[in-house]
Design a protein around this ligand. Sequence first.
Ligand code: HEC
Ligand code: HEC
Ligand code: HEC
Ligand code: HEC
Ligand code: HEC
Ligand code: HEC
Ligand code: HEC
Ligand code: HEC
Ligand code: HEC
Ligand code: HEC
Length: 375
Amino acid sequence: MRVRTIPLAVVCSVALALAGALLAGGVQADPRQDQPAGVQDQGGNRLTQDDIARMLPSTDMGANAARNADPHLAPVNDNPATPFDSASIPTNPLAPDAQAIGAKTCVACHALENMQASHSLHVASFRAGAANTGPQAACESCHGPGSEHAKQPTKPGSIIAFTQGSATTPEIQQTVCLGCHAGGARQHWLGSVHQERGLSCTDCHNPMARLSPEGVLAKPSINEVCATCHKDIMVKFNRRSHMPLPEGQISCVDCHNPHGTITKPLLKTDTVNETCYTCHAEKRGPFLFEHAPVRESCLNCHDPHGSNQQTLLVAPLPMLCQQCHTMTRHPNDLQVPTNLGNGPTPDERLMGRACLTCHANIHGSNNPAGARFHK
Ligand code: HEC
Ligand code: HEC
Ligand code: HEC
Ligand code: HEC
Ligand code: HEC
Ligand code: HEC
Ligand code: HEC
Ligand code: HEC
Ligand code: HEC
Ligand code: HEC
């Protein structure tokens, strides 16, 4: 494979670099661009290219290795991780006969994109780690083989493109990224709501530039990425009571996995309550006296994205409790004029902390005082 592609790549890149330089108005390829910067030229006891290739992580971010190390989980051996140094060139179904031509040729016409991308994780690492495929991997491991495109740059589909409205379908796009990133957090991407609604990896990720400190995101932060489409959810976090997401202490992916999960709606855990317990562990119990709706779902009383009631409650007290508790030991006579705060016999259940004045431990109690959650 290697023997056949390299001479072809050399021939193509010489011919096409010239053509490219002409087309791009004389933009010259930097002869150093194709070398792993500062790697091959170094002598002495500095790092060799092999050293760097070995240091580069596997493409599933270690997720499968971590899972296999856990004795409680079934081992996975699907989708072995692809290291940077064996990046393969994906096929482009819209240009099935195209051949790889090498990054130098792309750069001859795309100097600007190259300048941005050279600081990015992928391009920098492919340049350093391209032991198996040669440095053409720097661009073509994502964009596919470029010979057809270099001949006819404006022909739609001649190259794998990731921008909205390009001839490349989201299916082709995701196949490229999943070629290295299947498994791990993306185990359930296929069939997930985002995949089925036609999102591509690159709706949230932009590997061509360094816009976010981590995650190769298309916006500076995770929350901004989600807010490009889920504005309604994002604005709920502006309500009076909200978890500290706008303050930057938590993000949407603390609870959701945007790549797909087995739980609706994209929750990272099996149930809503498990999600909440990851941070509010004290609510897990076990309690001697449990409050049934708490065990069932925290969402019986709380809205995770924000509320204008206190403590994320879905309804004001005491009405919240009265949705389920009426006509019992406390008759359902709260809202009559005599019981209101300015009436002749104000009811305690409407004052102070309403029902919570007396039923303080509403999430469950371990106190022998009993099942009424007074203590
Ligand atoms: C001969 C010059 C030339 C070469 C060589 C070249 N390109 Fe292009 N490329 C262009 C031009 C011109 C366009 C704009 C086409 C258009 O707007 O329709 C383009 C567009 C693109 C696009 C966007 C396509 C789309 O549909 O939105 C991508 C991605 C791309 N090139 C990647 C590459 C890669 C990767 C290589 C190397 C394998 C490469 N190009 C080599 C000239 C070139
Ligand atoms: C990790 C995969 C990856 C690698 C490696 C990569 N690209 Fe891209 N490229 C993308 C994605 C994704 C986009 C779409 C970005 C966006 O949404 O704006 C893109 C967009 C482009 C575009 C079109 C820009 C536009 O505004 O439409 C060009 C041209 C391009 N890349 C050239 C290159 C060149 C040249 C290289 C090598 C130096 C390269 N790419 C390496 C993934 C990659
Ligand atoms: C040829 C293999 C390969 C391809 C194709 C590829 N990547 Fe990667 N990607 C990697 C490797 C290797 C890493 C580095 C892992 C690390 O740093 O932990 C990585 C890292 C990432 C990261 C994590 C960055 C971080 O800061 O943690 C994201 C996100 C990512 N890639 C998205 C994409 C997207 C989107 C595409 C498709 C446009 C893509 N990748 C295509 C190999 C690849
Ligand atoms: C709806 C938005 C969205 C889509 C679509 C999406 N991602 Fe991500 N991805 C994210 C966010 C946000 C993070 C950061 C998660 C974190 O830091 O925990 C991330 C993290 C990653 C990472 C690095 C951390 C990890 O989970 O191992 C990789 C690799 C990655 N995505 C690849 C992909 C690929 C491949 C696709 C397409 C199949 C894709 N993503 C589609 C939003 C998205
Ligand atoms: C490019 C647009 C886009 C982006 C960006 C995006 N989403 Fe979505 N999301 C959608 C669409 C479309 C749906 C489906 C809505 C529907 O069917 O009602 C959806 C649905 C969801 C759902 C509901 C799933 C269900 O089963 O009902 C959750 C949760 C979600 N997205 C979380 C996120 C998170 C977290 C992020 C950021 C990491 C994000 N989304 C980024 C478009 C997007
Ligand atoms: C504290 C955990 C948590 C955080 C943080 C969180 N969510 Fe959710 N989200 C949930 C839970 C739980 C549900 C289920 C709600 C339901 O079933 O009524 C949900 C439901 C959703 C839904 C689908 C149902 C709906 O209400 O429309 C979308 C879309 C969504 N979240 C997007 C987001 C986005 C975007 C962010 C970040 C701005 C975010 N979530 C942050 C826990 C969270
Ligand atoms: C990633 C961690 C995290 C997860 C997951 C999480 N929370 Fe929180 N929650 C917080 C933090 C941080 C605060 C603020 C604590 C403080 O200010 O002392 C908070 C505060 C709250 C508050 C009090 C809000 C107020 O206005 O005083 C409620 C109620 C709450 N969370 C409910 C939930 C529910 C319900 C879930 C599950 C859907 C959940 N939390 C999941 C981190 C989390
Ligand atoms: C029956 C209604 C109800 C259910 C169900 C419920 N809560 Fe609450 N929660 C409340 C009320 C009422 C308050 C206000 C308590 C106060 O002001 O003392 C509250 C306050 C909180 C607070 C902030 C104050 C504190 O105690 O730390 C957190 C965090 C919280 N709930 C988490 C959860 C979690 C996690 C679940 C699911 C396991 C849950 N809640 C289920 C009614 C409920
Ligand atoms: C979604 C319905 C629901 C909501 C909302 C709710 N509860 Fe409950 N509550 C129940 C159920 C169901 C039981 C268990 C009844 C049983 O065991 O007979 C219960 C039990 C109780 C008990 C113990 C009753 C007993 O006989 O041992 C008290 C006290 C209580 N709730 C107070 C409250 C208060 C105060 C609120 C408001 C903060 C509230 N509940 C909100 C459904 C609810
Ligand atoms: C002034 C203190 C006080 C306030 C305020 C209060 N309760 Fe009670 N509640 C009690 C006491 C004391 C009992 C136990 C009576 C017993 O064990 O015989 C009780 C019992 C209960 C019970 C279990 C017995 C039954 O009737 O089935 C429920 C449910 C209950 N309260 C709900 C509420 C709700 C809902 C509110 C707010 C609308 C509320 N309580 C406000 C003191 C209070």
